[in-house]
Design a protein around this ligand. Sequence first.
Ligand SMILES: O=C(O)c1ccccc1NCC(=O)[C@H](O)[C@H](O)COP(=O)(O)O
Length: 208
Amino acid sequence: MTNTTLKVKVCGMRDDTNIQSLAQLPIDYMGFIFYEKSKRHVDHLPYILLPPTIKKVGVFVDASETCILDKIQAGIEVVQLHGQEPPALCKQLQESGVEVIKAFGIHSTVDWTKLADYQHAVDYFLFDTSDPEHGGTGRAFDWNQLKEYQLPVPYFLSGGLSLENLPAVLQLADHRLVGVDLNSKFETAPALKDINQIKKALKIINHE
Ligand SMILES: O=C(O)c1ccccc1NCC(=O)[C@H](O)[C@H](O)COP(=O)(O)O
């Protein structure tokens, strides 16, 4: 087990009151999904001032560069890309000053070699459960697949994380695992997080 505290990203926020409640907690990233096919879709960044310790993440699936730049202009500090976005776009966004997280859907026949093309163009990878909907499945993938991951790029673990499986995440002995991504398993309805459940998750993650 590692003693390093994992970063916490809570994804798929929309409701103003819920955002305000979540912003009281010691999380590191809050995600807003700019993908209209998602149940958690938003079309603009909510007009809520977050503490500077919480970075605002925009989640995109094959959005145009103009659309992504528009959201950065509006205050997005981290770009999380869930589609087929090429390394050149990641690099370009990174050079514009935002953090870039490239998400990959993991399944038993993933071609891990293609991640090498991204290693100098992103800040983090995010390993999620592979699905045609691109994310928010509420299902965990087989974390044994991570044994195939050979690059030094740090990553977030995502996909169906819950109060039940978070203790097992803390047992994953991998120094490249830097954060966890919490979403549908902490919802009472799409895009509405149960703040008490998130508090319980933080206690587990922070070994309290
Ligand atoms: O959450 C969505 O609805 C979603 C849809 C399409 C692309 C990405 C999406 N979410 C991005 C995230 O970072 C989620 O937290 C991640 O997919 C894990 O979600 P879950 O399995 O529900 O914990």
